[in-house]
Ligand binder design. Structure first.
Ligand code: SF4
Length: 191
């Protein structure tokens, strides 16, 4: 009971409200039985407005990468979605601002600790990679290119945003080699 009430505690959080242009609205998906963790960056404007993570083009692409239906993706007993910042951080000149730095120290350990059934963690983008792969000192591209060294329980990914289309074009090995393995791992975890 206490564990699920932790979600209520997060949803009432206003720790960094002064820095959030649209105010606090934590967007996360969590259940202690989750088998896959999506460790992402921060919700975008559409997710903020909907109150649901990945309700945008990034989410459609991510579900395609994973081979999951929306129903599977939004089942918290299968998939936990914990971005590095739970609230929309606002936008800057070149896209959304980074996740608020107050969020992960305040909540992350308490939410990760009960996830005893986790079999696969997908670490999306440089902020999540800095937290979940702390020994990693390389660029995002180098980290994702070294994906095989993190198997079988972790797979680093770039952000699925359309803003990364050029990155995806420049790194064809991602679609040719990593994505088939990613789908196979997700399928194995869920079956
Ligand atoms: S971003 Fe995190 S720390 Fe800041 S108000 Fe939202 S839940 Fe709280």
């Amino acid at each position: 009971m206490r564990r699920l009430s932790m979600l209520d505690d997060v949803r009432c959080c206003s720790l960094c409200a002064a820095h959030l242009p649209l105010g606090p609205r934590p967007i996360l998906q969590w259940h202690p039985q989750a088998r896959i963790l999506i460790a992402g960056q921060a919700p975008g404007l559409k997710a903020h407005e909907a109150g649901v993570p990945f309700t945008d083009a990034s989410g459609e692409r991510l579900r395609g990468w994973l081979g999951l239906t929306a129903e599977q993706f939004y089942n918290p007993q299968l998939v936990a979605i914990l971005p590095m910042g739970f609230c929309f951080p606002g936008s800057g000149k070149s896209g959304d601002l980074p996740p608020r730095p107050e969020c992960a120290p305040a909540w992350r350990q308490a939410l990760l600790q009960p996830l005893k059934n986790l079999q696969l963690t997908l670490v999306i983008g440089k902020y999540a990679q800095a937290w979940h792969l702390p020994d990693n000192k390389t660029s995002l591209t180098q980290t994702v290119a070294a994906w095989q060294q993190y198997l079988p329980h972790i797979i680093p990914l770039p952000h699925p945003s359309p803003r990364n289309n050029i990155w995806l074009k420049r790194n064809p090995w991602f679609a040719e080699q990593l994505l088939p393995e990613l789908k196979a791992r997700v399928n194995a975890v869920l079956s």
